[in-house]
Design a protein around this ligand. Sequence first.
Ligand SMILES: C[S@@+](CC[C@H](N)C(=O)[O-])C[C@H]1O[C@@H](n2cnc3c(N)ncnc32)[C@H](O)[C@@H]1O
Length: 206
Amino acid sequence: MKKDRTERIRARYDRISPYYDIMEMLLEKVVFSRWRRRVFDSLDGDSILEVGVGTGKNVDFYPVGKSLTAIDFSKGMLARARSKAENKKVKVDLVDMDVQDLHFDDQCFDTIVGTFVFCSVPDPIRGLREIKRVCKRDGKIILLEHVRPGGTLLGKVFDFLNPIIVKLMGVNINRNTVENIKRAGLHVLEEKNLFRDVVKLVVANP
Ligand SMILES: C[S@@+](CC[C@H](N)C(=O)[O-])C[C@H]1O[C@@H](n2cnc3c(N)ncnc32)[C@H](O)[C@@H]1O
């Protein structure tokens, strides 16, 4: 069952990968790139893992002189990230991998980053537990995520629209990701609202 769901979401990202950057172009220019900069401005440590790298939109913000690894389970999205990194001469190890089943040793990364990822990971708590496992005990996990709004009415609108958005894009717009982060056993150190209570920057540690 979990495998079917994972395959469905993966196929959706493969399908939309050629159009993904165009679909988000306006939002990217107006707000996303500003938020991405905030995520990468607060990076510490030498070994960095990005999960759900997508088409590589964060490549522009990667710090130089660090060991960078980035994973995604969609070959289509990864291919785009690869050509972006090559064009910009950014050194990053791009790997086809599922965040729900990471093939890394325990506690091997200083910092783990994800931007707009746990809205689409089929089993988000399993994925969050995996990043907890591979993060060093004194390491940091930085997540930029959109979540279900707190207000009852808007929350209900998001619940209503969610199945349509999942079908089209593989993204859930009504997840309580901060709650999921806590349920996965991570400690939330900071939670900043970047756009109302819908877009959040969360810093956590294992
Ligand atoms: C909404 S996109 C965001 C992409 C990118 N992080 C960004 O900020 O533009 C979500 C990405 O997460 C990836 N993803 C979803 N579930 C995943 C999983 N279980 N393992 C690895 N990648 C996953 C998708 O393939 C997609 O590239």
